[in-house]
Every structure is written in C-alpha cells, then in structure tokens.
Design a protein around this ligand. Sequence first.
Ligand code: ADP
Length: 277
Amino acid sequence: MEEQNTCTHDCSSCGADCASRGNTEIQKEPLNPASSVKHVIGVVSGKGGVGKSLVTSMLATEMRRRSWGVAVLDADITGPSVPKAFGVSGGVEVSGETMLPAYTKTGIQLMSVNLLLEDARSPVVWRGPVIAGAVKQFWTDVVWTDVDYMFVDMPPGTGDVPLTVFQSLPLDGIIIVTTPQELVSMIVEKAVNMAKLMNIPILGMVENMSYAVCPDCGKEIPLFGESRAEAVAGEYGIPLLARIPLDTKLTGLVDKGVIELMENEYIVPAADAVEGL
Ligand code: ADP
C-alpha cells in the first residue's frame, strides 16, 4: 500500500502493516497524580512563523486576566518563543521524578524544552520521537497545580511529531492559527483533517497578520487584499475567532518579555470560545 497517498489513519478499515498503524495505537499518557488540569487546548499551525506561539501567549494572558488557573505546555521546540514572550528563563525545579513548572509574572505555569536547555539560543536537534517523548514527560512528570485551562503550543505542521502529541494528550479542542498567505493553500485543510481524524473538536481559527495598523493614524491597511478568512472558515464549518493585525506593539512586548502587559483586545473572542468549552 502506498501509505503516503492513501493513509487515512483509520486502521480499522485498512489491513496494511505500516508505520502509521503504530502511531494510532499510542495510548493517552496518564497525568501526574499530583497534578490537576481541567481543560487542554492545542494551538496548531500548518507551518512555523505564523504567530502560533504569540497567539498561545496572548490567550494564556487573557485567560489569566479572567482569574483562571492557566498553564502553557510549550511543545514547539523550534524556538524559545513562549518563554521569551513571558520573559521567563530557567526556573524549573526538578525533584526526583517530578518537575515543577516555571511561573510567569501574573502566575501562568509554564513548561518548555527551552527552559531546560543551558543556552536557549542553541538549536534543538532532537529527532521526532525524542521531542514527542519530552512533551509526554511534561504531561506525566510535571506537577501542574489547579490548572483550569492548559494551552499546548503544538509543534508546527501535520507531521509525525504533532500527530503523536495530538494522540498522547487528552485535548478538549484545538485552535488553528493561520495567516492570509496560508489561506490560499491547503495547509488549513490539512490541519482540519488531522483534528477530524483524531476526533478532536476545532474551536475555531485565528487569522494572524490579517492586516497592518498604521502607527501614525491607526488606519487598517489590508496588506494582502480583502480577507478570505471568513470565507475559508465557513468552507470548513469552523468559526473565525479573531483577526489579529501585524502590530509592532506586539513585537515590542514579545521582545521585552512582557506580553502580559498587552493592551489590545484582539484575542478576546478566542478566549470567550475557550471559556465556553
Ligand atoms: P510561530 O510560533 O508560529 O513559529 P511566533 O509566534 O514565534 O510564530 O511568531 C514569529 C515572530 O513574528 C515573532 O517574533 C512574533 O513576535 C512575530 N509576530 C507574530 N505575530 C505578530 C503580529 N500579529 N504582530 C507583530 N509581530 C508578530
């Protein structure tokens, strides 16, 4: 069987003994007995650099402002984006088999491969299974305290690593982050199909870098022409939760590690959807 072309990841209707069969048999990992996590939301994107980590950080910030217990499990090891946005480095306590997450300034619990590295600038050259294993360990070995909403910053793409993370964590829903350029490709469709195959509800889509805001007059500049976000979301029957502009204030907050000081309301409707779970 040509696995690449025909695999639907539904092994019940296929007799082939291929690599994907192994994947579908992955069991959900048990949460550390000392942890308490009520809802788990995956934030996904088709490729890197679309602002997935920024959206995760903004969502966590907004939910924390609403006084919920919030955590971020950073499973995207391609860069230290989430710890950087919160200005967190190091601070992970390891005791025997368990680890304690770092805390951001407003009390968001955070765990990331990047916090465990001695030098956050060094590239992580781990292979897929090792990455997936580390993420699973963050679920099983970290003591998460009174978490109402955990956001998982998923590895970008629809390959093996995100698939394994999808399968090993009990996700309640996912949010797809895209950019206008992605909306003209099949990337969104792939992410939607992956969530459907895993039977995970899609809470909706966030279009990032939708337009630019003029720093002088505040006028919205449609950099990529008229937005197709609404139409594309409609095509897949999922809500468009937010359209976030390219905003230099956001870049500044991330660079200074103070995303928790954000003053915009771009992410509010997406946080409403999470709260409505
Ligand atoms: P991803 O997690 O998808 O790889 P990031 O969230 O790390 O992407 O974003 C990539 C870079 O683009 C970061 O430096 C981030 O601060 C910047 N960025 C993302 N979205 C915006 C935006 N809407 N306005 C300004 N800068 C942004």
